[in-house]
Design a protein around this ligand. Sequence first.
Ligand code: MG
Length: 255
Amino acid sequence: MIELRTPTQIEQMRPAGRFVASVISALAEKAAVGVNLLELDELAHRMIKDAGAESCYIDYHPSFGASPFGKVLCTSVNDAVLHGLPHDYTLADGDLLSVDFAASIDGWVSDSALSVTVGTPDPKDQRLIDTAQQALDAGIAQARGGNRLGDISAAIGDVARAADLSVNLQFGGHGVGRTMHGEPHVPNDGRAGRGLKLKPGLVIAIEPWFLHTTDEIVFDPDGWTIRSADGSRGAHVEHTIAITDGDPIVLTARG
Ligand code: MG
């Protein structure tokens, strides 16, 4: 079921959005050569506690997961791109790190992701991240009342194609509200002018993610971490946005 939020409810969603944005900023600042992924998870955990927020991940156990997630953050490094389970790994020079974080405050969820390079970036990785960011911006620009869901998807896919990237359609964006994953699914490619008509009050996470040279993925034995099938690196960016009568509100915008 697709739920629409009232303007008052969207105001109530802002604290979670601001909090999730602050955690993503803190993680991006902390990510450096010599920092362990478990330290990043601990930082997010501490911020959740200090803010009186609730993690969306720690007890998360969908059908594809081998067991409850057990951490508050996804950390995906290099050829890992989605759902990376934080583990004992120390970031090294040239790594590409994607963090994905969702939490709720007062019962409202926000969800955001960001890729960063660690130490000296490989220019190819920086270009991949920049392309994902352009795709996110293009998707958000289409998130307007009266447009259709396919307009968002097509805008993302067009940016990918222009950069010679192929798009995986298994995982994409989603409705956000009282829970982390609701309807509608927001694919990272599609046909403009098709699909659900966008109405004010629809709150969705838009989350393009791309791999350098493939759109095929494989799961780690942990049941969570998703990697490229060919070992090429991936980038992932995400914002939770609310559709209004005018410009969309980017709830997880970083200051
Ligand atoms: Mg997310």
